[in-house]
Design a protein around this ligand. Sequence first.
Ligand SMILES: [Fe+2]
Length: 142
Amino acid sequence: MLTDFLTADHRVCDGLFAKAENAANDGDRDAARAAYAEFEAAMAQHLSIEESVLFPEFEARSGMAGGPTAVMRMEHEQIRAMMAQMRQALESGELDDFLGFGETLNILIQQHNMKEEQMLYPMCDRALADRAEALLERMQAH
Ligand SMILES: [Fe+2]
């Protein structure tokens, strides 16, 4: 199921985010930088899978281009903007700012993920049931 694959990917991103936060809490800049870079890469990959594979398929099938996926795309931009602020704080060595932005980002991501996991992904599973396997392959290869 698309829901299972994408939800598992959310948890991977959450784990990397927690790793970066923990390192920053310990005052370990190098470890925070390394973990944050991993988190950024995983998130970029996740957002890109949704925006270039999942959402277009759902939009084409459901005919809803201005509906839930438009909201999710907008939230992705908010997430990207907050991630950029965190990166800036990290690059200038401001671990307190990094952690402060992190709290906001974490709330944004958790609310966003909940909408996807409880609403959008199940809608995608229903709308795209006949091509779930091919879609999964494309998402994994993306
Ligand atoms: Fe998303």
